[in-house]
Design a protein around this ligand. Structure first.
Ligand code: FES
Length: 521
């Protein structure tokens, strides 16, 4: 018998990718500098861009707010695949065959390019070739699966229709992509970063860019007050923090998913899997020093819009329990993705009016190949002025208007969150358990309170420093999450992830409230 029990998982979330690799220690930027290219963000996109553009002889600074590869890349499932759900039929229908062809070619090319980079740089990152499957247990999806096989085959991807899986799941239909792969994303990025960091390509950590000014060149200001002058700038910081142009905050929305890493009695049969319907379920395995880890992924919802985040881990464990005899629940963590309106990332010029300012964002849940594609597209745009895949990824693509309905729905949801957070009625009592976070309204003020295990209260102003939405408590991750654009903060108010560039406020009014709490306790 396995040990499966909802209470058996670790109290604190921890990503296996982070737990199995060392911290980095690149310097902080302590002086003004001038470069050819400034890359904001040291994740998979930022480091891949630095690698490719460093080879073109550019002087580059990669500027990371925290430590490199600790954000989205450290929390992904890390499937290197051109199989992005049922996307090809969708792109062909919405954007046309030519752009669907570009997307297919780009992502197929990226699989080979990642393999090539690993080989020529000798990066030890647990890379193994794996087939990727999409399956359905719902009759309504059988026709969609058939269509996807036809469209992907027409686009030149080797895809086959399957009736069963190597896993013990009864399916109605499925698709198999051969020649896909998986790896350890942090081992890959840390290996690549070590390879590129030299006199011309420099990585700076614990350096947050808080503003971009447009002059003859761009001038970036960091949180330490230092300036970076650069002709070219790539914003690769996941959700773009720069709001002066492009209106990205109206056309990107953040979505959260959950991962549990389990050990099972049965041997994992190999392969990477995802279902076509909701609730999302995705699987892969990872060989570790401590045996085989099975990653079970899914349960997506908009960031900051789920009341009990722990229930998502339980749902994944319930699903895993139907497939395996669970012997250990070793890891659990969550991830946050930026979603675009039509499902295709925004990669290219930030806007048509901001020359030499570039962006790569909105990978949905498919960041491995799309990050590599981004690096190739941006290298080509910067060096050659054009890319064969620029149209499908163009952030200003005209076809995005075809997603107008979705656009309005997403904006309506953000506006709703902005207003709802201000008007909601909140409890005034201060009953709070150690390890618990709560939103209270005291003297008309909405405040967030977290009590740590030592009994210390941590009180923050729940107004997001990005654009003023009201934050919600995330019980599973012990963080304050913004339902509008996905900024996340620790219980002390420090930024976990942007677009916010300022910590939460704990002003003097809040200190007064803290005193009231102490009196009451
Ligand atoms: Fe935009 Fe919070 S992330 S308002």
């Amino acid at each position: 018998m396995g040990i499966y029990n909802h209470n058996n998982f670790k109290k604190r979330p921890e990503s296996y990718w982070l737990a199995s690799t060392s911290d980095t220690d690149y310097p902080t930027l302590h002086q003004d500098i001038e470069v050819d290219l400034a890359i904001i963000g040291g994740g998979l996109v930022g480091i891949s861009c630095a690698y490719l553009l460093g080879k073109e002889g550019l002087k580059i600074a990669v500027i990371e707010a925290s430590r490199i590869c600790k954000g989205t890349t450290a929390h992904t499932t890390a499937k290197i695949t051109s199989q992005h759900g049922l996307i090809y039929n969708k792109i062909q229908s919405n954007l046309g065959n030519e752009l669907a062809q570009q997307y297919a070619e780009a992502n197929e090319f990226a699989i080979g390019e990642i393999r090539r980079i690993i080989q020529i740089n000798g990066i030890d990152c647990d890379y193994i070739a794996q087939p990727a499957f999409i399956y359905t247990q719902d009759e309504k999806y059988i026709e969609k699966i058939r269509n996807e096989v036809k469209v992907t085959s027409d686009l030149g991807i080797k895809a086959s229709y399957v009736n069963n899986l190597p896993l013990p799941i009864d399916i109605k239909a499925g698709i198999k992509f051969d020649n896909q792969a998986q790896f350890h994303p942090r081992k890959y990025i840390l290996g690549l970063a070590a390879n590129i960091h030299n006199d011309d390509v420099k990585i700076f950590e614990n350096t947050r860019v808080v503003d971009i000014e447009e002059d003859r060149n761009y001038i970036l200001t960091t949180d330490k007050g230092k300036k970076v002058r650069s002709k070219n700038v790539i914003i690769a910081s996941h959700y773009p923090f720069y709001n002066k142009h492009g209106g990205y905050f109206t056309r990107l929305y953040p979505e959260k998913s959950y991962i549990v890493g389990i050990k099972a009695k049965e041997k994992y049969p190999g392969g990477m899997y995802i279902n076509a319907e909701d609730p999302a379920r995705s699987l892969r395995h990872q060989n570790t020093d401590d045996g085989e880890l099975i990653l079970v992924v899914g349960e997506h919802h908009k960031t900051g819009q789920s009341e009990n985040t722990n229930k998502h881990y339980r749902a994944l464990l319930d699903f895993a329990n139907t497939l395996f005899t669970i012997e250990d629940i070793s890891y659990r963590w969550s991830t946050q993705d930026c979603m675009t309106l039509d499902g295709v990332p925004y990669v290219g010029n930030f806007t048509t009016n901001t020359p030499n300012l570039y962006v790569a964002t909105g990978f949905g849940k498919w960041g491995m190949t799309n990050s590599m594609v981004s690096a190739i597209v941006l290298r080509d745009l910067i060096v050659e002025g054009q890319s064969p895949w620029q149209d499908v990824y163009n952030p200003s693509r005209k076809t995005i208007i075809a997603s107008a309905k979705n656009f309005l729905v997403q904006n309506f949801n953000v506006a709703e969150q902005l207003i709802e957070g201000k008007l909601e009625s909140l409890p005034k009592n201060i009953d709070i358990e150690p390890g618990e976070g709560k939103i209270l309204k005291i003297d008309g003020k909405r405040i967030g309170v977290f009590q740590d295990e030592e009994g210390t209260l941590h009180i923050i102003n729940t107004t997001c420093t990005h654009m003023g939405c009201e934050l919600n408590w995330n019980s599973a991750e012990r963080s304050w999450d913004c339902p509008c654009h996905g900024s996340r903060f620790t219980y002390k108010g420090d930024i976990i992830e942007g677009p916010a560039v300022e910590s939460l406020k704990t002003d003097k009014d809040v200190n007064t409230i803290q005193k009231l709490f102490k009196d009451d306790f």
